[in-house]
Write a protein that binds this ligand. Structure first.
Ligand code: NDP
Length: 253
């Protein structure tokens, strides 16, 4: 029960890595307020966790929409009275050569992956401060640390997530609000499958990607959730402004 009675927001908490985080945080005693756009998927997970005596509530919210984010945060505070932690997890990953991207895709990807971190952080910081401190986790990626041909736009957004985490950590340290980036390597989620499909050669891309991970396999979402639990809990009370790579050795090469 390392998060007992902590109120934690998780964006994109109904699928993939976010779902694993919602499940684990709820098992560890947190009141998890998770969001996504797909209501059916979110409510299905909330109902399942309620049966396991977890306390997780789904909210429909598009994190790229300023009004949606403001409404979601206000509802969570009205229902729970406080916020202790935030996981900015929602993200999308268009693939393909840069010269093929149109401006609409560029702006939409920036909005979901980067602007969302600004909107959710801005809305929650006053509540984290009022709670006496807290933890913000931003999902980066190995692709935010090393280059990724064919994923220039996505990689740039993940580098931004790491940069936001470092600068915001400095800005919020006096308030005892810790900010860190969690940077997964290839992790088995629907998102990864979509990204592999978008390259036009999913099997070849899977083999290439697996080969790039020295541990010889892709990651499990539960392995990312375990690292998120460390960053959210008091186990990491002296860790801030850090980018934690959970990547099977991808970036050690
Ligand atoms: P998934 O696509 O499996 O899940 C993404 C979640 O985000 C879904 O719950 C989706 O729900 C939600 N989401 C997407 N867009 C929005 C939006 N605009 N507003 C609200 N919710 C949204 O992704 P992963 O679990 O694989 O990835 C999670 C994070 O981890 C991402 O930031 C990604 O960049 C990062 N990451 C993933 C890696 C991997 O290999 N899987 C590797 C490195 C980093 P809904 O559709 O209902 O909105």
């Amino acid at each position: 029960m390392r998060l007992k009675d902590k109120v934690v927001l998780v964006t994109g908490g109904s699928r993939g890595i976010g779902e694993a985080i919602t499940r684990l945080f709820s098992q560890e005693g947190a009141l998890v307020a998770f969001c996504g756009r797909d209501v059916e998927r979110g409510e299905r997970l909330a109902a399942e966790l309620a049966q396991e005596s977890g306390r997780a509530t789904f909210y429909q919210c598009d994190v790229s929409d300023e009004n949606d984010v403001a409404r979601w945060v206000a509802e969570v505070v009205a229902e729970n009275g406080r916020i202790d932690g935030v996981v900015n997890n929602a993200g999308v990953a268009p693939a393909g050569p840069l010269e093929d991207f149109d401006l609409g895709l560029w702006n939409a990807t920036m909005a979901t992956n980067v602007t969302s971190m600004f909107l959710v952080s801005r809305a929650t910081i006053p509540h984290l401060r009022a709670a006496g401190g807290g933890s913000i986790i931003n999902l980066g990626s190995t692709f935010g640390v090393v280059g990724a041909g064919g994923s220039v736009l996505y990689a740039m957004t993940k580098a931004a997530a790491i940069s936001i985490s470092k600068s915001l950590a400095l800005e919020l340290a006096p308030d005892q609000i810790r900010v860190n980036a969690l940077c997964p390597g290839g992790t088995e989620t629907p998102f990864l499958q979509d990204w592999m499909d978008a390259t036009g050669d999913p099997e070849g891309t899977r083999a290439w990607l697996t080969d790039r991970h020295p541990l010889g396999r892709l990651g499990d979402p539960k392995e990312q959730a375990a690292a998120a639990l460390f960053l959210m809990s008091d186990d990491s009370s002296y860790v801030t402004g850090h980018a934690l790579l959970v990547d099977g050795g991808y970036t050690a090469q």
